[in-house]
Every structure is written in structure tokens, then in C-alpha cells.
Design a protein around this ligand. Structure first.
Ligand SMILES: Nc1nc2c(ncn2[C@@H]2O[C@H](COP(=O)(O)OP(=O)(O)OP(=O)(O)O)[C@@H](O)[C@H]2O)c(=O)[nH]1
Ligand SMILES: [Mg+2]
Length: 416
């Protein structure tokens, strides 16, 4: 863990027992009633979830985020499970965090802090480490600002001026600001270097393919299966933080493409983190073709795909031709198995029809069809059959059930 740990959690040497809390504010969309993803995040951060609590409220409680009754319930659970920490699925304010920690008697962290913690533990490259530290310092800086104004309020805004508390915070702030400035400067240097490398690749005219997708979809496993490399793949969230690029030779095209594995996306990815990782994500934004890897067996496959489309938009990659790769086909029940390996679905924000292909990175099923697909995209681009682009009702369909739309014809390009 980095010295700028924004969560102030000091986990015991053994896995910390964690209570998971999610609050449903009734706005539906981004609430996960199972808290499964939070549990995976907790495990990826080295914690062991021991209990889950779901609360329903109209709005967050200003002081405790959850109501005081719920807070008492959580406190009892902390005691019953001898828990070390309580993790919230939503962002909580610095004041709420402090109040909760006082009330519950254990460190409290929110989703953002957890994601930052995982990123900090995973960062390998010099650039990755700088990016994570930048995001952490920015997270910490907002917390200091707020704590300062809190102190100011308590003292009527005058008495504390020049007092020891404020001076310490001022000092901390100045150090943080200086560190932020120096990291940004160093990142700019690395980015310039990366830009030069990218331009020299562009001059070579290599067709660039980037794997993008929700975290844990199987991008690295697929990358390894395609290029027979050994990139770290694991059942953890954000196993990959650095972009890896390898050359992939396609027999069908008689040419090589460059294939990049990238960092996974997640719901409510802290915006600052997206900012810090812009350079890494730039790799995806500069691609000629995106392989959007989807965990076809996930119960929340539609939400995950939409989240990926949202992040692609945020990094300016929404226009890039996209091939949906429905991975983990081996995990699908027989009734979920697609009738055909390849079809088209209306699945992105631009209302485009996207070609879809089912594969299993584990068994290798569909990989040769995928290679052919990439070769086809390199030759002719990806355009849906004309009849499909003109059928608006088809565009509204987000058929990710695994059962392919029988009425959709197979891809027009004769690449298989
Ligand atoms: N059953 C099955 N499991 C798979 C398949 N592909 C990947 N997995 C598993 O899914 C988990 C995640 O795989 P990764 O390749 O690390 O996923 P990723 O998308 O690179 O994840 P991040 O780097 O964390 O964003 C691992 O446990 C893989 O073994 C597949 O085709 N079938
Ligand atoms: Mg990966």
C-alpha cells in the first residue's frame, strides 16, 4: 500500500473481515442489490466479506449516510463478526466517513477508496504508479479541504486562523500540491515519449486493435490466447493496469496487426482515475478497431456493456469500429448457447448495429473465427448488412440473452 493511502485503513496482516453496505436510493440504474461486485472489489483489495447489508432511503443521511437505525444494525454486525472494516458501495463524504468511523469503531471506506487501493497495489510500470499516486493525492486533497472548512466553521472562521490545526493542514496541502505538480510534470514527459512511440507505429501503417471491456471480462486471457503471450490474468478486478501491446499475425490477411490489452472499466469508475489514466486509455482511443470483450455469462451483462460504452464515449473512442466479443461461452448453459457463432446486435449509444462473435478464451472455441473477423475488418471495415441499418426497431434491441436473434443474417463480408 502506498504512503498516501487515502482510506487510512491499516489492514491487519491476515485478510480483513469486511461488512459490505449498499444503499438503494430508488433511482434504480446503478444500484446492485446483490453487492456481488463490491464483494469482488473487497476481495481484490485483500479483504474477506463476512456480511452484506442493503438499506433503502430516499436520500443519504447528512451525518451517517445511512439512517441511525441502520448504523446501529451495522454496528451490531461489526461486533458479531468481529469485523475490521465497513465498505460502502457508494461514495460517502469525508464528514460521513468520520462520523461512521466514530459510530462503528472501525475504519470505513467507500467504493472509490477501494478502487484506488486496488489500483495502488497493482500498478507495475513507472507510469502506472505515477497515475495512481496522482489520483490518490487528488482524492486526499479534497478530503483535506473539506476538513479544513469544517474546522473553520467550528471556530467561527476566525479563531482557528493560524492555529496549529490549520497550519498543519496548510502544510499538508502545500506538500500535496507540490507533489501533484511534480507528478503531473513527470507524467507529461512519459506521455510525450509514448506519443513519439505511437507516431512511429503510425508511420509503419500498422492496423491497431485494442481489447477493451468491463473488468474481469477475460481481456487478458483472450490476449494471451491470441498472441500466446503470458500477461497476468486473474480472477481479480483490475488485474491489468498497464497496456501491453504485441504483434498478432493473421494468416487470413497475410499481415500482422498490433494488439493491445488495456485496463478494465467498472461502474462509477472515479472520474479522477479516468483522468489520471487518460494516457493509458489513449491507446484504446487511437485504435483502428476495438474488440469489446464481454463476459457473456455475467448476470448483469447489459449493464456492463452500457458502462463500457459510456467510458468509451468519455475517452473519445465511441466512433471507432467495434466488434463485440462474447467471451466465456463455455460457462453458458445449453439453453443460453447461441444458435450461430456470429450475428449483429444493436448495442451502442450511437444506435449502431455491432457485429458480435461468441468465443471462449479458455477452450479456444471461436478464436479462429475471431481472427478471420479481425482480418475482415482490416480489409473491408465493419459494416452491417444494409437491411439491418435501416430497421429502427432492430436498433432498439439489446439482445444479450445469449440466444442469437434468429432473424438476423450472418455478417455480409465473406470472411469465414
Ligand atoms: N470459464 C472461462 N473463464 C474465463 C474465460 N476467459 C477468462 N476467464 C477467467 O476470467 C477471469 C478474468 O480474466 P482476465 O483475463 O484477467 O480478465 P480481464 O478482462 O483482463 O480483467 P482485468 O484486467 O481485471 O480488467 C480469470 O479468472 C480467467 O481465467 C473463458 O473463456 N472461460
Ligand atoms: Mg486484464
Amino acid at each position: 500500500m502506498s504512503s498516501t493511502d487515502p482510506t487510512h485503513r491499516t489492514p491487519p496482516p491476515e485478510a480483513a473481515r469486511a461488512i459490505l453496505v449498499g444503499v438503494d436510493f430508488g433511482r434504480g440504474a446503478s444500484f446492485d442489490p446483490t453487492l456481488d461486485e463490491l464483494a469482488l472489489l473487497a476481495e481484490s483489495a485483500g479483504d474477506t466479506p463476512v456480511a452484506r447489508v442493503v438499506a433503502r432511503r430516499k436520500a443519504p443521511d447528512a451525518a451517517l449516510f445511512v439512517g441511525s437505525g441502520k448504523a446501529d444494525e451495522i454496528k451490531l454486525l461489526v461486533q458479531a463478526h468481529d469485523a475490521h472494516t465497513v465498505l460502502f458501495d457508494q461514495a460517502i463524504s469525508p464528514a460521513q466517513q468520520r462520523n461512521l468511523e466514530r459510530h462503528l469503531g472501525v475504519p470505513v471506506a467507500d467504493r472509490t477508496a477501494l478502487i484506488l487501493e486496488i489500483f495502488a497495489a497493482r500498478a507495475q510500470s513507472f507510469e502506472g504508479k505515477l497515475q495512481v499516486e496522482l489520483a490518490q493525492l487528488q482524492y486526499l486533497a479534497t478530503r483535506l479541504v473539506r476538513r479544513w472548512s469544517h474546522l473553520e466553521r467550528q471556530s467561527g472562521g476566525i479563531g482557528m486562523r493560524g492555529g496549529p490545526g490549520e497550519r498543519q493542514i496548510e502544510l499538508d496541502r502545500r506538500m500535496i500540491d507540490e507533489r501533484i505538480k511534480s507528478i503531473k510534470e513527470r507524467l507529461r514527459k512519459v506521455e510525450r515519449q509514448r506519443g513519439t512511440q505511437r507516431r512511429s507505429r503510425e508511420r509503419n501503417g500498422v492496423f491497431r486493435v485494442s481489447l477493451v471491456g468491463y473488468t474481469n471480462a477475460g481481456k487478458s486471457t483472450l490476449f494471451n490466447a491470441l498472441v500466446k503471450a503470458r500477461t497476468y490474468a486473474a480472477d481479480q478486478l483490475f488485474a491489468t493496469l498497464d497496456t501491453t501491446t504485441r504483434s498478432l499475425y493473421l494468416e487470413d490477411a497475410g499481415a500482422a496487426v498490433s494488439l493491445s490489452d488495456t485496463v478494465g472499466f467498472i461502474r462509477d469508475l472515479p472520474h479522477r482515475l479516468v483522468e489520471a489514466f487518460k494516457a493509458t486509455l489513449q491507446e484504446a482511443a487511437d485504435a483502428d478497431l476495438l474488440l469489446h470483450v464481454v463476459d457473456a455469462a455475467s448476470p448483469v451483462v447489459d449493464e456492463q456493456m452500457q458502462e463500457v460504452q459510456r467510458v468509451l464515449e468519455e475517452i473519445g473512442a465511441a466512433q471507432i469500429p467495434q466488434l463485440l466479443v462474447f467471451n466465456k461461452q463455455d460457462l453458458l448453459e445449453s439453453h443460453q448457447q447461441p444458435r450461430q457463432r456470429e450475428d449483429w446486435v444493436g448495442a451502442d449509444k450511437l444506435g449502431r448495429m455491432l457485429p458480435r462473435i461468441f468465443v471462449s478464451a479458455h477452450t479456444g472455441d471461436g478464436l479462429s473465427a475471431l481472427r478471420n473477423r479481425i482480418a475482415g475488418a482490416m480489409r473491408d471495415g465493419l459494416s452491417p448488412p444494409l437491411s439491418q441499418t435501416q430497421a429502427p426497431e432492430a436498433l432498439a434491441v439489446l439482445d444479450t440473452s445469449g440466444a442469437a436473434c434468429p432473424e438476423l443474417p450472418p455478417p455480409a463480408s465473406g470472411d469465414h
